[in-house]
Ligand binder design. Structure first.
Ligand code: AKB
Length: 331
């Protein structure tokens, strides 16, 4: 049934972790990584829908609608959960299509989890924020940790409100909540899930399968992105940092790699020489135009030693290698 259990030290053995939203782009990878560290049975995956086979096979899974607060509490008590990673959310593009649900899901799920900690049921929370907290009036280059934030998307507004709640719960109730402002994330294990930065994942799938891609963002739209293995490592490093080193409790800037659709297409061309890129922008262009180009993550570096490993070239090679293998196996 469950695979090898590899637990690094005694304190990690005592942790019981609940991942809410384990079927998504981040959840799929994070569950597997956390199971390597904490042991398969100590990391409980949960989602409203079934998770990938690898996640289902390697440890416990619970079907959970995070808006059902009594059920969430029941699961937390059943497994004696100590940490929650809340990854369920509607991203920027999807939330614009269902404003009410986007707001409800993003805000209520967060307050349900914060209250679990306030009531003493769990000890630590990870809650993802995003570059979507920034808006058209934010400085675009090397965007500082503290700056003008006037987001103009439902998703961005919900993330900004969430950051304020994080800080409030930390200051007022001592809740150990930790957060990162993720750039767009690029990974091969799971498809992207309804964001404005999804093009940077879709492009690989289409390039390998069909040798071409039509981008919904214009060729010179630069955005901060990050390879998934860096993002997963950042998340776990932040969660494992001693509490006193986590000086920012709203959410940490994370820089990643800034590139445009044209630049990633040029990188893919090195692997697929006939690759063709065309452009046909849609409503996501306006969202992308409101976000920064590059981020200053010096606080993450200084406070808990953050260091990125994958640049555009390395990320592209790794995506190509893994996706080509995946498409050969499933062909
Ligand atoms: C999105 O595009 O909505 C997300 C994000 C940047 O948070 N990937």
């Amino acid at each position: 049934m469950y695979n090898v259990i590899f637990v690094q030290n005694i304190s990690q053995m005592k942790e019981r972790i609940l991942i809410i939203g384990s079927s998504g782009q981040i959840g799929t990878e994070l569950v597997l990584e956390l199971r390597k560290i904490y042991g398969n049975t100590n990391v409980i995956a949960s989602d409203i829908r079934r998770t990938s086979e690898k996640v289902m096979q390697s440890g416990p899974f619970e079907e959970l609608d995070v808006l059902n607060e009594p059920h969430l509490r029941e699961i937390v008590k059943k497994y004696k959960i100590t940490q929650v990673y809340l990854l369920a959310a509607l991203l920027s593009a999807t939330a614009e299509k269902d404003i009410e649900f986007g707001w409800k899901l993003n805000i209520r799920s967060h307050s349900h989890v914060l209250d679990l900690a306030k009531d003493g049921l769990i000890k630590k929370i990870f809650w993802p924020s995003s570059i979507a907290v920034f808006g058209p009036t934010t400085p675009k280059n090397n965007t500082p940790q503290s700056t003008i934030m006037e987001p103009n998307t439902v998703y961005g507004i919900s993330k900004q409100a969430g950051e304020r709640w994080n800080e409030y719960y930390f200051n007022k109730f001592g809740v150990d909540v930790r957060s990162l402002r993720y750039p767009g994330l690029v990974g091969w294990r799971a498809k992207a899930g309804g964001g404005t930065t999804d093009y940077a994942v879709n492009i690989f799938h289409q390039a390998i399968q069909y040798g071409k891609y039509e981008s919904f963002l214009a060729e010179n739209t630069g955005l901060p992105m990050m390879y998934m293995s860096d993002a997963i490592r950042a998340t776990i490093e932040l969660m494992e940092a001693p509490a006193e080193q986590v000086k920012i409790r709203s959410s940490y800037n994370l820089a990643g790699i800034s590139f445009t659709p044209k630049q990633i297409a040029e990188e893919i061309l090195k692997h697929i020489p006939n690759f063709e890129m065309t452009y046909n922008t849609d409503f996501r262009q306006v969202i992308a135009d409101s976000w920064p180009f590059s981020i200053d993550d010096s606080h993450a570096k200084k406070d808990w030693g953050w260091e990125m490993k994958y640049d555009l070239e390395k990320m592209t090679s790794d995506m190509m290698k893994n996706l080509k293998k995946q498409y050969t196996i499933t062909a």
